[in-house]
Each structure stands twice: as structure tokens, then as C-alpha cells.
Design a protein around this ligand. Sequence first.
Ligand SMILES: Nc1ncnc2c1ncn2[C@@H]1O[C@H](COP(=O)(O)OP(=O)(O)OP(=O)(O)O)[C@@H](O)[C@H]1O
Ligand SMILES: [Mg+2]
Length: 469
Amino acid sequence: MAVSTVSVAPAPAGGASVVFDPVVPSPAPPVVVPVVPAQAPPAAGRCVPRPRRATRPTALYGNLRRPLYPVIKSESVDPVRNPYAPGAGQRPPELAGRDRELQQFEIVLERVARGRPERSMVLTGLRGVGKTVLLNTFKSMAMQRLWGTGKIEARPDQSIRRPVAAALHMAIRELAPRHRAPERIEEFLGVLKAFAMRDPAAAKGTSHWSPGIDVPAARGRADSGDLEIDLTELFVDAAGVATDLGVGIALFIDEMQDVQAPDVSALCAACHELSQNGGPLIVVGAGLPHLPSVLSASKSYSERLFRYARIDRLDRDAADLALIAPAAREDVEFTPDALDALYEAADGYPYFVQAYGKVAWDLAPRSPITAEDIKVSAPEAEEELAVGFFGSRYERATPAERDYMHAMAQLGDDPVPTAEVAETLGRKPSSLSPARDSLIKKGLIYSAERGVIGFTVPHFGRFLRAQPL
Ligand SMILES: Nc1ncnc2c1ncn2[C@@H]1O[C@H](COP(=O)(O)OP(=O)(O)OP(=O)(O)O)[C@@H](O)[C@H]1O
Ligand SMILES: [Mg+2]
């Protein structure tokens, strides 16, 4: 039976290697390559997981690969060459469906470098939609333009003073070799050191941390102890160094919703000051969907400071591309109904796309990967998600918090009013505030709007409904 397949591009020469795996028989015409003795074929209609084994192709196989490939196509799904990358911030083999954001950021970089007024970008979205990946891609784009770059990951229990100092240190180190006046760099490093040394923990003598800057700390700049004043002065000076080189500086803040409230306020004020004097320094953030409300609660002008880009699940074309483009580079294809089944399972969420794609590849006996392969592999992918993606988060919740989330899950998958959660639990809303607040702090739920909460993790409600209470 002929199988129609979907592919995007011819495989690049020299990309893939063919594995002669005897477990699954090749379709006719038979190929006589006596590599290892043949074994019994799998039961009809069932895909058998291929044993993992060393697949280092010899030179002979390498040379035979091209002419033999059309004949032995069935053997091309090699777990060693599995391209999919379910992980945290892990670069996907194909960054699908983010062209609009990439274009927008190109414009931001160009305008800021030219001293044009421009709002910086803040990416928001649920867990696993690809915020960190996009932030890292933005960082690479800025580096390609020879900007200085630094990145921090905010933590709820930590002031941003030290991480920001370390990130700007990195950014300046990138610029320093190209600067013609080393004294300008030293002057800035002195200010940076003074800024870093005003860390509250250092002041209390509870920290032996040192910023690792050799020049003496400056006096009277960025060292007042008031983060708003200090950040503003530090940013203005850093922007000055970048201006000398005709470039900019980009500071990336991941998990930005975790920046402590006074620090958010200081950060916004410093960005506001910079936007007024056109300094080429931008702060690019990423965080959970309630990040805009965290920012506007701190400074009402924050929505004029940042351009919010909501990062969502991938549409059908982008999700297909995320799967078939990396596969095509390895000479592997998917049947259209396999792609239908994968989209139904992953629902377009990038982490799920990678997770289901990875297991389907590992378990598929041959290319093209079929709907039957997806059916066979889906339970294993779900099992892995249940343990790693959902389970690890669920375990961080206390029994009271779990009850709260189970009540939310009973009400559906969309954000729900807190009053309804209280009603489901037969409790007064105020008595549930500690559980709710702590779940928000742990990043498991977020306040979608006033009095309404939702899960930060896609499909979490579905996962909870399948758990025993
Ligand atoms: N555009 C994309 N196309 C294909 N895969 C993607 C895309 N964006 C992200 N991924 C994949 O999704 C997974 C999650 O990405 P990432 O860690 O960036 O998400 P996140 O939004 O930062 O999640 P969290 O909120 O938990 O930090 C990674 O495995 C990554 O490879
Ligand atoms: Mg992330």
C-alpha cells in the first residue's frame, strides 16, 4: 500500500546515517546486507521498540548509505539521531512559529541602536510555551549585532542587585576588547563594583561574595543603597559605554514575575529614565501571564515602557513544521495522519510537541512515522510527562494546596473565579487565601485577572483529574 508522506525539504547530503537494524523487516525489494542475523518479525499491527545499541556507522556503511537509502528507507528512524529536545530552555531543533516576535525584536534592536524611542519587549506565557528559548534567541540576535548582553533568572528570595551586576559585567566584557579607551571601561567597572558592593547581604557582613572586578570601587555613583537611584545611574553609564561603540546593551530577565516588588519598581524607574534620554540599553523580560499586572501594580506607566508579546501554543502549521523540519534533515518523514494524531496529543504546546515527537521517533520502527506509531508511543510520552512535567510540580504543593488545585481542576481547564473554588471546597474565600498565595508564589497558578485564577502549566487540570484525591 502506498503511504503518502509529508516532508519539507530534501535531506542535506551527508546528514544522516542508515542503521541496519534487523528487528523490523524491510519492505520489498529485499536488501541483502548481511550485517547481523535476522530475527522474527514483530506481531502484525504492533510496533516493537527497537533495541538501543551502538550505531556508529563504519566507512563502508557511510559510503553505501546514499545508494541504498531509497531501498532500505524503512531503517531510518535511529534513536541516536533523535532530534527532538523536550527540556527547559533547550534550543529546539526548529524554532517554529515565532517569526513575528523575531521580526519585532529586530526592529527594537535597530531602533534602539539608532537612538530612536522604542519600548522594550516582555514575553509572557504559560509554562513550556518557549519563553526562555525565545529570550535566548533574542540574546543571540543582539550578540550578532555586537551588542553587549547579559542574562539573569529572577528568584523570589533574592534581590536583583547582584545578578544585574554580574550580567552587566558580562555585557561590558563583551564590549571591552573593541573599546579604544580602556580608561572608560575601567571607570564603568569601578561604578559597577560600587553598585554590586551595596548588596544588603554584603552590608550586613553575611556575605563574602566579591564581584570579581579588579579595579577599585568608585565613590558617589550607583552606590547610594537606593536601588532605583543606583540602577538608573548604572544603566546610564553602561549605555554611555555602548554609545561609544555605536551599539547597545541588552539585559535579559527570565522568570521576571519573581522579581521582588521593590526591585520591579526600581527596574521600571530606571528603564523609564533611560527611555527619556535615549540611552541604548534595553531590558527584555520573560515571565508568566500575570507579569504585566505585576509590572503595572508597581508603576502605572509600565505598559508604556514595555511591548508585551504573549507567547502561545503553536498553530497547526507551526507545530507540524517543528516536527517535520528536523525529521527531514535526518531523512525521516511523518504521514499526514501521524501529524494529525500528534497535534491532537500535544495541542500545539511546544514542550509537548517535543516530548511526543521524541518518544514517537524512538518507538517508530521505520520512516514514515505513522498514526499507529503515535498510538503506540503516546502512553509512554504521557507517562514521562506525568512524572517529569506535571508530577514534579504537583509534589511541590502541600496537601492544602493540592486540595485547592483539585477544586480548580474540577471546574475546568480555563481560569476560574476564586469564589467558585471556595464554593467547591465548601470554604470561605478568605480562608483559602494562604493556599492560593503560596501556589502563586510557587508559580503553579496565576491570577489571570482580579478574582480569577488559572494553572500556569498547560493541561494541568487534565492531569489532576486523572489523579486520585
Ligand atoms: N518555537 C518552538 N518550536 C518548537 N519547539 C519549541 C519552541 N519553543 C520552545 N520549544 C521547546 O519547548 C520546550 C520548552 O521551552 P522553554 O523552556 O523555552 O519554555 P518556557 O516558556 O520558558 O517554560 P517555563 O515557563 O517552564 O520556563 C523546550 O523543549 C523547547 O525546545
Ligand atoms: Mg523558561
